[in-house]
Design a protein around this ligand. Structure first.
Ligand code: HEM
Length: 330
């Protein structure tokens, strides 16, 4: 009897300690919706960011594409920790795929605006996530709630980029494998590539599809011939000019499901875009989104939240940067 009660006490205490540890661990490590509520007096931090993004969007609606790509490139390399924002000669920013990233100044403006009200509270990593959400909303892509509470990372190295980011000519299988490493499914991947319904791509990254696909001396047979002819105008062969064309050939520059419709018409620009409509693991999702796209904004928002939760730092990890472009100790 004595033994029994002793073991009960041990079990109870162990359970208490473990559950307490788990609870504290959860408090330390979890993102939450509205993390900044009450942390900046009565000021709504997310509303301040929305103000900055809206003002920029009115002047330049292409910031939607800039911010979407910024979040993707940040989250895939070292997690969503604002490592992409660090300046210097040997940071992530200097890696080849990141040279055409834009939108750093929008995050600077958002940081300045929130720091004017409460300094040192809001992370740059969260600012990327909030600003991207606001831009998507302004581009008619629907509004999704974002979780916050990320901390800024302490590592930003160019060599990490090619390890995790699918290259420009990536195939669907190669990309599925890289997305899986980040906990994202093929369906998440198709949804996130819906970001290609806005923004541009440089001719050099797909011109082989127009002129010399797989060294055949002919265009890619999976590209609509009319589109081939059309794209040869801004993308002439053997020139040093490197123009940019829209990733989504639909003329309305909004976040909508037209991108998937274009893919079914063989009008995808990058190899990854077109192959989504051809690969057995992604074709079904593309067809669903193209034909029943009314809930694309909701599904896209859910995928963006998942993207925003990759390998995050929380609690006492990392730091809250004073400038988004430099580590605090620099
Ligand atoms: C297999 C995955 C992906 C590949 C291979 C890929 C590749 C590319 C390439 C090569 C460009 C053009 C870059 C240039 O011309 O300088 C581009 C642009 C873009 N990508 Fe992706 N991408 C992928 C996934 C994503 C994801 C997941 C997002 C966002 C959630 C995204 C958002 C964008 C946007 C918005 C642009 C246009 C940027 C602008 O106009 O400045 N991409 N992508």
């Amino acid at each position: 009897m004595k033994m029994k009660s002793k073991s009960a006490v041990i079990t109870f205490s162990l359970g208490f300690i473990l559950s307490n540890w788990a609870w504290e661990g959860w408090c330390e490590g979890a993102l939450e919706i509205g993390f900044y509520r009450g942390k900046c007096g009565i000021v709504d931090v997310e509303a301040i960011v929305a103000g900055v993004v809206t003002a920029r969007f009115i002047r330049d609606p292409t910031i939607v594409a800039a911010l979407l790509r910024l979040q993707y490139h940040d989250c895939f390399v070292n997690g969503c920790d604002a490592s992409i924002l660090i300046d210097g000669s040997n940071s992530e920013k200097t890696a080849l795929p990141n040279l055409s990233l834009r939108g750093f100044d929008i995050i600077d403006d958002a940081k300045a605006a929130v720091d004017r009200i409460c300094q040192g509270v809001v992370s740059c990593a969260d600012l990327i996530i909030i600003a991207t959400r606001d831009a998507v909303f302004l581009s008619l892509g629907g509004r999704y709630e974002v979780q916050t509470g990320r901390r800024d990372g302490l590592v930003s190295l160019p060599q990490n980029v090619s390890l995790f980011l699918p290259p420009p000519a990536a195939s669907v299988s190669q990309s599925i494998a890289l997305f899986a490493k980040k906990g994202l499914t093929p369906t998440d991947m198709v949804l996130l590539l819906g970001a290609h319904s806005v923004g541009v791509v440089h001719c050099s990254l797909f011109e082989d599809r127009l002129y010399n696909f797989n060294n055949t001396g002919r265009p890619d047979p999976t590209m609509d011939l009319f589109l081939v002819t059309l794209l040869r105008l801004p993308c002439p062969q053997n020139t040093s000019t490197n123009n940019a064309v829209n990733l989504d050939q639909n003329i309305f520059p909004f976040m909508d499901n037209s991108y998937y419709q274009q893919l079914l018409l063989n009008r995808g620009i990058l190899p990854i875009d077109q192959e989504l409509a051809l690969h057995p693991l992604t074709r079904g999702t593309v067809m669903n989104l193209a034909t029943r796209g009314f809930d694309f904004p909701i599904q896209f928002g859910t995928a963006m939240v998942k993207l925003g939760a990759i390998e995050i730092l929380t609690g006492s990890q990392g730091e809250i940067r004073r400038s988004c472009r430099a580590f605090n100790q620099d």
